[in-house]
Design a protein around this ligand. Structure first.
Ligand SMILES: *[C@@H]1O[C@H](CO)[C@@H](O)[C@H](O)[C@H]1NC(C)=O
Ligand SMILES: *[C@@H]1O[C@H](CO)[C@@H](O)[C@H](O)[C@H]1NC(C)=O
Ligand SMILES: *[C@@H]1O[C@H](CO)[C@@H](O)[C@H](O)[C@H]1NC(C)=O
Ligand SMILES: *[C@@H]1O[C@H](CO)[C@@H](O)[C@H](O)[C@H]1NC(C)=O
Ligand SMILES: *[C@@H]1O[C@H](CO)[C@@H](O)[C@H](O)[C@H]1NC(C)=O
Ligand SMILES: *[C@@H]1O[C@H](CO)[C@@H](O)[C@H](O)[C@H]1NC(C)=O
Ligand SMILES: *[C@@H]1O[C@H](CO)[C@@H](O)[C@H](O)[C@H]1NC(C)=O
Length: 926
């Protein structure tokens, strides 16, 4: 390999010190478990809170007590304790109970590369003299290795290199029925990200063999290897050991930083031009192998008539495109970024050229297999929520490692959905009779797919958090026999009354005291009552309210407008005095504003932030500094009153994080106004047209997230409301964005409720916005949820193309037609918004375009439902977020086939030392 510029050894040391200094400063602040090198070194089974410094390596060891709450400590039998034995092998933690027990190792920097190593020495710690002991080790949700302990006096290790997918590593021991799992030590070492370039977020490697060639019995690790890899000795009677005392340096672009102590020794074949390495893969193992050969010339042959040049073959295929002529005292490595091919037996041959006077040389080697990544970790939000729930209530059980994954080891009391390749999500959580003490924490509401939550028979106190109402799929909430107080959040009550949610609240003496409204109607048992309640709540009451408002408004209008003076209506529309009992729970949260208050809030209607069909929208600020948007019905718009009131009516009924929420309303002296939460990033239309100042060009990931959220809002209108609501005016101008770009659907003025039994609704006037209007609805007057689906499909096409629904050109063409024409040629790049500058996962775009075209099918029966759209958009988002732009690396694997003819009889056949040795094993003295 060409030698580029390189640092001298002194310079390298300088940079190393600088690097260590930085690492020290960074980690020293917030953790005790890493030492100054960023090493985490755990002696398992040691007394809790104890620690020591190993005299040989100067590495500090800490007890494992802070990393796990299960298992029992034991000392190995005195018969196996030898002189000078390292302390970490003298104690173990064993796991007689539970199938899976996991360590949670922190602090870890998410996205960084690490070397992980586990040590195992049996030493008859349990006095049972079991042999062999077999169990599995997992890194996170993925199988790492089977530990097969056949000699109680040997140590065994498992090693892996991985990129941290979270701010912790979980290392799990799994009982496979062939002995009690145990562990002696755990070590985690940070690696610079450029090292081991074959390892990335989607590929971890498991060590198969790491050998320092040309030494008889010395293991090398830290401090000789600054990265603390463990190099096992390997020599053979068929090889000549050679050595030097001079330093072997690393090139500055070295991807492996093999330590000089390892590179100073090497082997060459005796009386042969071929050095041969052989190994068998694990039986039935589909994993693929990576090999790294570390090579340096140890003789100064420059200027002599000696030469050393050799080719390297993997199973007869030339591996390196050119002959290797190693540099004197510089470490070079031969490796590939893709796995070696699949073979039943692997052989690597180093064969000297015919004109080379010296045989091939090899200083060290590493062989890795690919870690299976067939198991998908649970949804990251669910993991966080479950971890918080676990620690808040100090739940022990088998709650270790990933909550849902792998499926066989899901936590007790959990049920999850599995739809590979999507991350599993928690659907049921049973914590009945679990001794829970304290308040119901918000984390339960973060389990987005939760359907069943059973917290009965605990000592939970405080009130029922309204955040639980955000769980759109929740079907059962059992809070029986706790010490809860306060009232039931109106969102939950509403769902229960509408028959979506079964609420069990018996045995909470202080719940619903003081006249707070808590009527709960058992749903599943008495459908008739439920239906009656639904009719009353959702049809009769709104109608009455509407009638009252309309009458009132008319009366006020007849009285003439008295703008500017404060009129306090005695009986204004929605409003009921706060101290009055039996309020309708649906309206508890909305506040009534007088016209004067509205004027103050908006600073006399100073700043217009939007204009709708009914009038202007103003920016406002409440007393407590919260920003709001105030929509006023213009006095001239008598026609708008109906829609205006319809919107108010709908908004009091719907509550979802992806629907804009109503803060209050004004109905004062002929002035009608609605006060909403303020969405600082304006409308999606403005964002896409780049109309806003400081507009941040939306990335594809942001666009998709907005699409998912808007779709969830519509899903709620269609499926979460009884009766379902059709928005009828879905468009980018009605999708509002908050400061962190969270999308919320707005403008319910045209929304129509209808009974789902009939499923369609004949409407006499077609409403909507040109470009978004469902052609079927337009032609047949048949309104259904599918009309919204059509409009939403148009929104998706706008997100992909950045174009408006009517594409301007020599002749204006509808966006659906425009996209279909171009996609027919099969080229997605033709339609994608140029502002994305090619930064997107092309599969994600295809998937989204596919959804959009299905949504905009001519016939409504061909269009998907909103829940389906949400699901598919999430898959598209998944593709985008896992899209890795760093894949385009060069590979040295040339895959050229060359015949090896000259395999001489006495070539080295080192099968024994490599075959089937996944573990570095050795005598326990080191
Ligand atoms: C293991 O289970 C047994 C019986 O269930 C129990 O007595 C013992 O305390 C448990 N041991 C540990 C370490 O949890
Ligand atoms: C465990 O190792 C022993 C000795 O190396 C071997 O004979 C045995 O087949 C191994 N067991 C398994 C299940 O791999
Ligand atoms: C390296 O140094 C040691 C002691 O200083 C010496 O015994 C040995 O022969 C030297 N080896 C080489 C290859 O020069
Ligand atoms: C190495 O592998 C190649 C291809 O599988 C095979 O032809 C060759 O005989 C092998 N060499 C040895 C020494 O096993
Ligand atoms: C050996 O032969 C190769 C071509 O076969 C040539 O590139 C190389 O320079 C030669 N080496 C020596 C030392 O002559
Ligand atoms: C629950 O609270 C009651 C009363 O405060 C107490 O007597 C009981 O021991 C508590 N139970 C638990 C499991 O904490
Ligand atoms: C109910 O009223 C009593 C006094 O009348 C008061 O002590 C208690 O805190 C109130 N409970 C709630 C939940 O407001």
């Amino acid at each position: 390999m060409a030698m580029g510029s390189f640092f001298s050894n002194k310079m390298a040391t300088f940079w190393c010190l600088v690097f260590l200094g930085i690492a020290m400063a960074a980690v020293g602040v917030h953790c005790q478990s890493t030492d100054s090198l960023g090493f985490i070194t755990i002696d398992c089974g040691m007394d809790p809170d104890s620690s020591y410094v190993d005299p040989k390596t100067n590495i500090s060891y800490v007890s494992d007590a802070g990393f796990i709450d299960s298992g029992i400590n034991a000392n190995i039998s005195g018969a196996y304790v030898v002189n000078n034995m390292v302390r970490r092998l003298k104690t173990v933690r064993s796991f007689p109970n539970g199938t899976r027990n996991c360590y949670t190792i922190t602090p870890i920097t998410q996205g960084s590369k690490y070397l992980l190593r586990a040590w195992f020495m049996y030493g008859n710690y349990d006095g049972l003299n079991t042999q062999p002991v077999l169990f599995d080790v997992y890194l996170g949700v993925n199988f790492w290795e089977t530990i097969n302990i056949t000699d109680p006096s040997f140590f065994y290790t498992a090693e892996a290199i991985a990129v941290a997918s979270a701010n912790y590593f979980s290392v799990c021991l799994v009982n496979t029925g062939k002995g009690t799992p145990f562990v002696s030590g755990l070590e985690v070492r940070p690696l610079k990200n450029k090292l081991y370039p074959a390892v990335n977020a989607s590929r971890s490697l498991v060590l198969f063999k790491r050998a320092n060639l040309g030494v008889e019995d010395t293991y090398i690790r830290y401090p000789d290897d600054r990265l603390d890899r463990l190099w096992s000795p390997w020599s053979s009677p068929l090889w000549t050991n050679i050595a030097t005392n001079s330093t072997v340096e690393n090139l500055s672009e070295d991807n492996f930083e093999a330590p000089t102590a390892v590179m100073q020794t090497a082997v060459t074949p005796i009386n042969s031009s071929i050095l041969l390495l052989l190994w068998d893969p694990y039986p039935g193992d589909v994993n693929q192998y990576f090999a790294i050969l570390h090579i340096s010339e140890l003789f100064n042959i420059v200027g002599t008539n000696q030469s050393r040049q050799f080719n390297i073959f993997v199973n007869g295929i030339l591996w390196l495109g050119h002959a290797m002529a190693p540099d004197y005292l510089f470490s070079d490595s031969v490796y590939s970024l893709t796995p070696l091919g699949q073979f039943s037996t692997y052989n690597i041959t180093l064969q000297s050229l015919s004109n080379s006077t010296l045989p091939p040389i090899l200083n060290a080697l590493e062989i890795y297999s690919t870690m299976s990544n067939s198991n998908v970790p649970s949804d990251a939000g669910d993991i966080d929520a479950m971890m918080t729930i676990k620690s808040s209530y100090k739940i022990k059980r088998n709650w270790m490692g990933d909550p849902c994954s792998p499926e066989d080891f899901a936590w007790d009391g959990l049920k999850c959905t599995y739809s590979h390749p999507n991350p599993p999500k928690v659907t049921a959580l049973n914590l009945s009779s679990s001794g829970l003490v304290g308040e119901i924490i918000k984390s339960f509401a973060s389990l987005g797919a939760l359907e069943y939550l059973d917290l009965s028979y605990n000592n939970l106190t405080g009130s029922v958090p309204s955040a639980l109402g955000e769980l759109t799929s929740l079907k059962l909430l059992d809070l029986t026999s706790n010490q809860l107080n306060g009232s039931i959040p109106s969102v939950l009550l509403e769902k229960s009354q509408n028959g979506f949610l079964t609420l069990r609240l018996d045995g909470n003496r202080h719940l619903c005291e003081n006249g707070t409204s808590c009527k709960v109607t058992p749903t599943s048992e008495k459908k008739k009552i439920a239906t009656a309640v639904i009719v009353i709540l959702c049809v009769v009451i709104p109608v009455i309210i509407l009638v009252v408002i309309v009458i009132l408004w008319r009366v006020r209008r007849l009285q003439g407008s008295r703008g500017g003076t404060s009129v306090n209506p005695q009986n204004g529309g929605f409003h009921k005095p706060a101290n009055q009992n039996h309020q309708d729970p649906l309206q508890l949260e909305n506040r009534q504003f007088t016209y004067v208050e509205i004027k103050n809030i908006t600073n006399n209607f100073q700043k217009i932030i939007g204009k709708g069909g009914f009038g202007s929208v103003f920016h406002g600020c409440l007393e407590d500094g919260i920003q709001v948007a105030v929509k006023m019905l213009s006095q001239s718009s008598s026609q708008g009153a109906k829609e205006f009131l319809a919107e108010a009516q709908h908004l009091t009924r719907v509550h979802h994080r992806n629907l804009v929420s109503l803060v209050g309303y004004c109905n004062d002296g002929g002035y009608l106004g609605l006060v909403y939460e303020y969405m600082s990033q304006g409308t999606l239309q403005e964002q896409l047209q780049g109309k806003r100042q400081n507009t941040r060009g939306l990335s594809w990931g942001q666009r998709l997230r907005i699409a998912v959220e808007a779709a969830q809002g519509l899903e709620y209108l269609h499926k979460g409301c009884k009766p379902p609501l059709v928005h009828r005016d879905v468009k980018t101008a009605n999708i509002l964005l908050s400061e962190p770009l969270e999308a919320k659907i707005a403008d319910f003025g045209l929304s129509k409720a209808f009974q789902s039994e009939t499923n369609t609704h004949i409407s006499t006037a077609v409403v909507g916005t040109p470009g978004y209007l469902d052609p079927e609805y337009y032609n047949t007057f048949q309104l259904s949820e599918k009309s919204d689906v059509y409009s939403f499909g148009v929104v998706l096409l706008e997100l992909i193309t950045g174009l408006p629904p009517i594409v301007q050109g020599t002749e204006n063409v509808h966006i659906v037609q425009w996209v279909r024409q171009r996609l027919a040629r099969g080229n997605i790049e033709d339609i994608v918004d140029a502002r994305l500058q090619g930064k997107y996962d092309v599969n994600s775009i295809w998937k989204c375009a596919d959804i959009a075209l299905k949504c905009t099918s001519q016939g409504s029966h061909q269009r998907p439902t909103m829940p389906n759209v949400v699901m598919q958009l999430k898959e598209s988002l998944e593709l985008e977020t896992s899209h890795d732009t760093t894949e385009n690396m060069v590979t040295y694997n040339e895959n050229l086939y060359t015949e090896v003819s000259d395999v001489s009889q006495n070539s080295v056949h080192e099968l024994e030392n490599l075959a089937r040795m996944s573990d570095v094993s050795g005598p326990s003295a080191r």
